[in-house]
Ligand binder design. Structure first.
Ligand code: FE2
Ligand code: FE2
Length: 149
């Protein structure tokens, strides 16, 4: 059982990162607003990749009913996510506010692809709050119950 972030989620983060990086190189208010987003997003992504998303690597095996003693390794990660969740959600709110300023600048300076990126990143944060974070927390709860049984 490996604690690896599912590949599509790794690629989604990489793609968002690449699009943001491109936007930070733009001149004017759009580039400036993109750099403000990047400052907030970088440490947030690192935390997600360290402990919020790796527990999802167990989902498919757990759904098949596979269990192994090694799965207890997920618990420090899910415990950390549980205690950090309010901070992670606050980071999302700060990122979404910065994205609002980025969308405004991008619209004014006619960077349509940046406006589209803002939409994608907002959707990404919503998907994490509705699916990825709760699923990772459930993995921790489930593993605790299985190990206790
Ligand atoms: Fe993310
Ligand atoms: Fe996030």
């Amino acid at each position: 059982m490996k604690l690896e972030i599912p590949k599509p989620l790794v690629e989604e983060h990489e793609a968002l990162h690449a699009e943001l990086k491109r936007a930070t190189g733009l001149p004017g208010a759009t580039g400036e607003a993109a750099r403000a987003v990047a400052k907030l997003m970088h440490p947030h992504f690192e935390k997600e990749e360290a402990y919020a998303l790796p527990p999802l690597g167990l989902l498919a095996a757990l759904a098949r009913g596979e269990e192994s003693p090694g799965m207890r390794e997920v618990l420090p990660l899910t415990d950390r996510l549980e205690s950090d969740l309010p901070a992670m959600l606050a980071e999302h709110r700060a990122i979404v506010a910065a994205l609002g300023r980025l969308a405004e600048a991008a619209r004014a300076e006619r960077h349509d692809e940046v406006v589209e990126f803002v939409r994608e990143l907002k959707l990404h944060a919503q998907a994490e709050e509705a699916v990825a974070y709760p699923a990772a927390l459930l993995v921790g709860e489930y593993v605790k119950r299985v190990l206790r049984a």
